[in-house]
Design a protein around this ligand. Structure first.
Ligand SMILES: [Zn+2]
Length: 154
């Protein structure tokens, strides 16, 4: 191809790449427990809508800053008991959802959906991150939409 065309195609690929083009850090604990590189993007570097907190691009898991912040607080030992617990729980479930994608689970078209799979692997992931069994259970309950995923119930 001519150079300008290659440039155009490369530019389109960048423009449609999901999520972030900005700065990130590789989160070591999440990377270890996921078994794939897990990136935490810096605040303000996320380009997708607010409700879209993470993605699996086939190689790495990317999480937006807010989810990483709450997960990081858990790893640092914070154990909020109020409304923050729900946000923490959703952040861990988001991470588990992306790990499920990295394991080959789609959104339920052909496999158990990544949400369901996420609830199933959430506690083992948290345990691998050295979160106590009791608190991992608390977060799992706080995040679990069991009505939409009955088989993940205890
Ligand atoms: Zn998904």
């Amino acid at each position: 191809m001519r150079l300008w065309l290659i440039g155009l195609v490369a530019g389109l690929a960048l423009a449609t790449a999901p999520g972030a083009s900005g700065a990130y850090t590789v989160e070591p604990t999440l990377t270890r427990v996921a078994g794939v590189e897990t990136r935490c993007y810096k605040p303000g570097t996320w380009e997708r809508g607010d409700e879209f907190g993470g993605y699996w691009d086939g190689t790495v898991i990317a999480l937006r800053a807010n989810a990483c912040r709450w997960i990081g607080r858990t790893l640092a030992g914070e154990r909020p008991a109020d409304w923050r617990r729900t946000i923490v729980a959703f952040s861990w479930h988001l991470f588990a959802h992306e790990v499920a994608h990295s394991q080959g689970f789609d959104h339920g078209e052909k496999t158990v959906g990544a949400d369901c799979r996420g609830w199933r692997i959430m506690r083992p992931l948290m345990r691998a991150a050295e979160i106590s069994r009791g608190y991992a259970y608390v977060l799992w309950v706080s995040s679990a939409h069991r009505a939409s995923c009955p088989s993940s119930a205890p």
